[in-house]
Design a protein around this ligand. Structure first.
Ligand code: PLP
Length: 396
């Protein structure tokens, strides 16, 4: 009955897990969530005030599909100031979250039979979006030993005459890697030489630590910019996940096509959110700095704490708010007579024994790992890491 397109698609594991955990919490279980992909901070006051003002001014009607001009101008200013990228408002499309910008882009460029490379481990939705376009995802592995940096040799080996694009995510969910400029230059040169497109998902751009610098690949040369669709949004940087605002910047012809698609599916995002986004982008950035400092403290703690646990190794995450510890030394161990075989079993075990919700790494193409989000208070992180270590001690 359902279309092949849908039958081929896996539901979002993270969305499903959230529903399961919420159901357990409603039954009274004291589960602490280390699975969520959103900041635990509230949206800053100046941003909320802008929303109230927009409502009071009656800014409640349809807006142009690509977003109001004032917001697209603010995005152009942000891209110029922060990313060394010159765009005009005609090269910007505002969407209902970065997620929508991404799927718009994939559907606008990719045909059945096209191949789209994805460095893995990767965010859960990329492979499914590519499949929705009836294109073929081609996973290109990255390694913990290289800090999960892009492996250009592997990318070269994965190229084929059908390669249409690559989806990049820096800073990366789930690895926390921040891609180095020289590697991005090499990738950009490959894209120009072999004529493929780059989707550059930069939603975690503001969350970089250890003096790392986020580089927008489109800023590296005009020829690379011609082939890049830069995707960003307000969810992670401004703790605005529920407001739903993302955007894409790219060549006008592609942006126009994405706009047509959006015009038939959802139209522009919420009018109030669009006004609010102008304040987020151009107003005080102080709340963001405070949030980043907190994330950094937690990051340092959790990486060193996990590395002290027997049988676990954890790479130093340099961006976003996730760590991806390797836990496969616990596979094949026993708990209450049951053998824990893979990351989903370990996830269930930690949920039951330590009341801690993480995400099985398999959901991110990282079967030897768990993904842990440190979007939680340092106090909670400390307490649950203790519990996690104790629980792991029960495994035989
Ligand atoms: N890209 C990555 C890598 C993400 O982790 C997420 C959210 O988890 C998104 C995009 C979607 O962001 P938005 O809330 O703007 O749709």
């Amino acid at each position: 009955m359902l279309s092949k397109r849908i039958e081929n698609m896996n539901p979002s594991v993270t969305v499903e897990l959230t529903a399961k955990i919420e159901a357990l919490q409603r039954k009274g279980r004291e589960i602490l969530t280390f699975n969520v992909g959103e900041p635990d901070f509230n949206t800053p006051d100046n941003i909320c005030s802008a929303a109230k003002k927009a409502i009071d001014q009656g800014f409640t009607r349809y807006t142009p599909v690509p977003g109001i001009l004032e917001l697209r101008e603010a995005i152009c200013k942000k891209l110029g100031d922060d990313n060394n990228l010159a765009y005009t408002p005609d090269e910007i499309l505002v969407s209902t979250g970065a997620k929508q910008s991404l799927i718009n882009g994939v559907l606008a460029l990719c045909d059945p039979g096209d191949e789209v490379m994805v460095p893995t481990p990767c965010w859960v939705s990329y492979l499914e979006m590519i499949k929705l376009a009836q294109s073929t995802p081609v996973s290109v592995g990255t390694r913990k030993e290289d800090g999960f940096q892009l492996d250009i040799e592997q990318i070269k080996q994965s190229l084929s005459p059908r390669t249409k694009a690559i989806i990049l995510n820096t800073p990366n969910n789930p690895t926390g890697a921040v891609y180095r400029e020289e590697t991005l230059r090499e990738l950009g040169a490959l894209a120009v030489k072999h004529d493929f497109y780059i989707f550059a998902d930069e939603v975690y751009e503001k969350l970089v630590y250890t003096g790392e610098k986020h580089i927008s690949i489109a800023s590296l040369s005009p020829a690379i910019k011609e082939r890049t669709i830069t995707i960003n949004g307000l969810s992670k940087a401004y703790a605005m996940t529920g407001w739903r605002l993302g955007y894409a910047a790219g060549p006008e012809k592609i942006i126009k096509a994405m706009n047509s698609l959006q015009g038939h599916m959802t139209s522009a995002p919420n009018s109030i959110t669009q006004k609010t986004a102008i304040e987020a982008l151009l107003g005080s950035q102080e709340p963001l700095t405070a949030m980043r400092e907190k994330f950094d403290q937690r990051r340092q703690y959790i990486v060193s704490r996990l590395n002290k646990m027997p049988g676990i190794t954890c790479a130093d995450a340099k961006g976003a708010f996730y760590v991806l510890p390797e836990v496969s030394s616990y596979y094949e161990s026993r708990y209450k007579g049951k053998v824990l075989k893979h990351s989903a079993d370990l996830f269930e075990f930690l949920l039951e024994e330590a009341n801690i919700a993480v995400v099985p790494g398999a959901a991110f193409e990282a079967p030897d790992n768990l993904r842990i989000s440190y979007s939680n208070s340092l106090e909670n992180i400390k307490e649950r890491m203790e519990r996690m270590e104790k629980a792991l001690g029960l495994l035989k």
